[in-house]
Ligand binder design. Structure first.
Ligand code: FES
Length: 162
């Protein structure tokens, strides 16, 4: 279960427990990183020296593995990931404007997460549904033929929050 724990609430003892449960072998590093990310929503940077010590690695080696795999994150992620397509088909049909509006609406830049941990904003090279351009994805749902009004509609639940 993804707890999306804020860094100030981080339970380092739980991370040590996960390492112990997972086995302190070097080959266990990647499964361990996934386990920590699944539980905390990301790999807290403070956990990297602990993981390194327990597995007999340098912190730079652990950081290197995290950096190599794009699905591993050292920053908290939003419960929903918004991906705006920046591919050619979407670009020529206004994708740049869609991205700008989404940034304004969420108040974050590409690669950032809203303070309430609701949304993370990313861009992608192509979603694979170019005929519907311009496109964006929220969670697992593709939204095609995007326009300014649809951006508001797709993200309107956020506005309804107090
Ligand atoms: S370029 Fe946007 S879906 Fe392909």
């Amino acid at each position: 279960m993804n707890k999306q724990v804020a860094s100030q609430e981080l339970d380092l003892a739980r991370i040590t427990q996960l390492i112990t449960e997972h086995g302190q072998q070097k080959w266990a590093l990647i499964p361990l990183l996934h386990k920590i990310q699944n539980e905390f929503g990301y790999i807290p940077p403070q956990s990297i020296p602990i993981i390194a010590t327990q597995l007999g690695l340098f912190p730079s080696q652990v950081q290197g593995v995290i950096s190599f795999y794009t699905q591993l994150y050292t920053q908290p992620r939003g419960r929903k990931v918004v991906r705006v397509c920046r591919g050619t088909a979407c670009h020529v049909r206004g994708g740049k404007t869609i991205l700008k509006l989404v940034k304004q609406h969420l108040g974050i830049e590409e690669g950032e997460t809203t303070p309430d941990l609701e949304y993370t904003l990313e861009t992608v090279a192509c979603i694979g549904v170019c005929a519907l351009a311009p496109n964006m994805v929220v969670g697992n749902q593709v939204h095609g033929h995007m326009n300014p009004k649809k951006v508001e509609q797709v993200l309107k639940k956020r506005e309804a929050k107090p």
